[in-house]
Design a protein around this ligand. Structure first.
Ligand SMILES: Cc1cc2nc3c(=O)[nH]c(=O)nc-3n(C[C@H](O)[C@H](O)[C@H](O)COP(=O)(O)OP(=O)(O)OC[C@H]3O[C@@H](n4cnc5c(N)ncnc54)[C@H](O)[C@@H]3O)c2cc1C
Length: 359
């Protein structure tokens, strides 16, 4: 029997959408070209917030806020159903100068975010500088590679059929308004409805079904250090670069936002730049091993606003993609919005800005 939904892409967005739909009783198959969760969703940092929220439109903040609100329960449920702890924790973020104090203060007040001015070393003694910094105690993080593993196990347990190593090579229409089947190496696959959640590849998978959809790859490179636990107790941000401490002492340093097409290679120039920036912020990193350097392709979208909704013309095609820099943060909210939309339920926020209009 054909499934109710075929979801193209098994990243954090495809898997969370699949789980949400399956929990409502739908028969869901996810088609993943490689290994589920091994692209952008693995490569990211897992900060659960826009980096400097006051730099983004409210449309981004609202979706992130809903995601953050859902996270504690979502991750606890994923932990208990999969046995894998995605390490959700409220680690707080310290923003080192320069900070636009007026914009930040106004934004935090409007959005009910706790914030304080503190000398940097009072919060993180190992930092190189001790200037007054902005402390955001409620910023949380998740260990995204573990999150996608937990999602994968939970989705399978909920009855999702995950086909890995299966690339969708064509999305075929029976008429301009109806998808007929997906072409794959396993043959033609059919469902009642289709969800495109192929991250940076979403536009190219659809081809002339959405020729002008402005979703494109934006490369981000990252370094990983292995320090002793507690060297860095909080996330630290300075001028576009962040350090994210994991519980076991790993520290991620990121990132770049590069328009390099689908080229996922890493570069020596960026490695040097990230290394210098990271060790300038936290000099102790000079004496800890640098263990990895990688890149990932974010699903870039104008103003970082994802598309969640039905294709303007094709009645059985939905999108959940284009989350750009904040897909890990937005995942639970986006999946919930998509499921509510498909079920015709009222939404918990105004979803008009995420509608699929440009194509
Ligand atoms: C360096 C970096 C740092 C980041 N930091 C953060 C952060 O701190 N916080 C945050 O919230 N977000 C962060 N992000 C962004 C976040 O990782 C992404 O927004 C999110 O992972 C997007 O999820 P996705 O499922 O849409 O895409 P992906 O994880 O890329 O998944 C898409 C999947 O579709 C599959 N696919 C593609 N084409 C096909 C096809 N034809 N057939 C079948 N399958 C196909 C791919 O193989 C892939 O697995 C970061 C990203 C990067 C790269």
């Amino acid at each position: 029997m054909n499934p109710d939904f075929l979801i193209i892409g098994g990243g954090v967005i495809g898997l969370s959408s699949a789980l949400e739909l399956a929990r409502e009783g739908a028969r869901v198959t996810v088609l993943e070209r490689g290994v589920a969760g091994a692209e952008s969703s693995w490569a990211g940092g897992g900060i659960l917030s826009p980096l400097l929220p006051w730099d983004y439109p409210d449309t981004v903040s609202r979706l992130c806020d809903l995601g953050v609100e859902l996270y504690p329960h979502w991750s606890a449920r994923l932990t208990s159903s999969s046995g894998i702890d995605p390490e959700f924790r409220v680690s707080g973020m310290l923003v080192l100068p320069p900070v636009d104090d007026i914009a930040a203060g106004r934004w935090c007040a409007q959005h009910g975010w706790r914030h304080a001015r503190e000398h940097a070393q009072a919060r993180v003694p190992a930092l190189a500088e001790n200037s007054p910094a902005l402390w955001l105690p409620d910023v949380a993080q998740v260990r995204n590679p573990r999150l996608v593993q937990a999602l994968r196990v939970t989705a399978l347990d909920a009855g999702v059929n995950l086909l890995e190593g299966v690339e969708v090579t064509q999305v075929a229409r029976a008429s301009p308004a109806h998808i007929d089947y997906l072409d794959t190496p396993r043959g033609k696959l059919q469902a009642s409805a289709y969800v495109i959640a192929a991250g940076a590849w979403s536009q190219s998978v659809l081809g002339n079904i959405a020729p002008h959809w402005p979703i494109k790859p934006m490369r981000g490179q990252m370094l990983l250090f292995k320090a002793a636990p507690n060297l860095l107790p909080h996330i630290v941000y300075r001028q576009g670069i962040y350090l994210i401490p994991r519980r076991d002492g790993h520290i991620l340093a990121g990132s770049t936002v590069e328009d390099a097409g689908f080229d996922k290679s890493t570069t020596e120039t960026v490695k040097r730049m990230l290394y210098n920036a990271a060790t300038n912020i936290l000099p102790a990193l000079q004496s800890v091993p640098l263990v990895q350097h990688w890149s990932g392709l974010r699903p870039g979208s104008p103003d970082n606003i994802p598309t969640i909704g039905r294709h303007p013309l094709v009645e059985n095609l939905y999108a959940n993609t284009g989350h750009f820099r904040y897909g890990v943060t937005m995942a639970p909210a986006s999946a919930q919005i998509l499921a509510d939309l498909i079920a015709g339920r009222p939404q918990t926020l105004d979803v008009a800005p995420y509608r699929w209009t440009a194509m």
